[in-house]
Design a protein around this ligand. Structure first.
Ligand SMILES: [Fe+2]
Length: 260
């Protein structure tokens, strides 16, 4: 799932708490849709056992993520909720930032139910269920990462300043979507943007992007584009560092309020 930046008019119009959320009940998939999932899993799993971080790989196991068909939300939630209290909740495409953050604060991960079409396996600008569920959800089985995302959502839910939303949008982008983590002196992937893509993930390991140690100030001040391979990526020393970055922003912004 990705954050759609709301206009003031959109924010005004968002008083219906459950707008955008839909029921996953009764959603089943065609043979072709399941085949798309199977092909995507097979192709990504040629590389991910070597390039993904342990937390994500362990998450796949803990969720018993099916590789030959699209998982149903009930079965995912049955396994995910006892681990970290997170659940997956179906949404109808992009949801506005206010709802997105509120959902995170409640440990509900918003995911589309739709899978990309067979003729667009390589690239899809809008997140599909492969991006949301295969890419994101395994990380939510990791207790530290799970807390990080919830605390991120909580902080974002309390904000009104558009500049601070921008900062948090960048933090999300360069961690949850395209973050790298140092694991035994090796750089590993944990972001769903990498898990659910082909070329961009490979590009990380052939000297494509500049790779820097995680630096909160650099991350929140670096704009991103969604239509190119990311030219700079940041490597966290572990997921505690991400939690600490949210705590640091909370402290800074609270101090700003005290001073004003
Ligand atoms: Fe995403």
């Amino acid at each position: 799932m990705e954050v759609a930046q709301p206009s003031p008019e959109e924010l005004e119009g968002l008083k219906m708490e459950n707008a955008g959320f839909i029921s996953h009940e009764g959603r089943t998939y065609s043979t072709e849709e399941n085949k798309v999932w199977e092909i995507l899993c097979r192709r990504r799993m040629e590389k991910l056992p070597e390039t993904a971080c342990d937390a994500w790989l362990e998450g796949l196991e803990k969720l018993q993520m099916p590789m030959d068909r699209i998982p149903l939300f009930d079965e995912l939630n049955e396994r995910l909720k006892p681990l970290t209290g997170w659940t997956v909740r179906a949404v109808d495409g992009f949801i506005p930032a206010e709802m997105f953050f509120g959902s995170m604060a409640k440990r509900e991960f918003p995911s589309t139910l739709e899978v990309r079409p067979m003729d667009s396996l390589e690239y899809l600008q809008e997140p599909d269920i492969f991006h949301d569920v295969f890419g994101h959800v395994p990380m939510h089985t990791n207790p530290v990462f799970a807390d990080f995302v919830q605390e991120y959502g909580q902080l974002a839910s309390e904000l009104e300043d558009p500049d601070k939303f921008d900062a948090l949008g960048r933090l999300w982008w360069y961690t949850v979507e395209f973050g790298l983590v140092d694991e035994g002196d090796e750089v590993k992937l944990y972001g769903s943007g990498h898990m659910s893509s082909f070329g961009e993930a490979d590009n990380v390991f052939v000297g494509g992007p500049e790779i820097r140690p995680f630096d909160l100030d650099e991350v929140i001040s670096t704009p991103f584009r969604i239509d190119i391979y990311q030219p700079v990526l940041w490597v966290a020393q572990g997921f505690e560092q991400l939690r600490e970055s949210v705590a640091e922003l909370r402290r800074r912004w609270a101090e700003e309020l005290d001073e004003s």
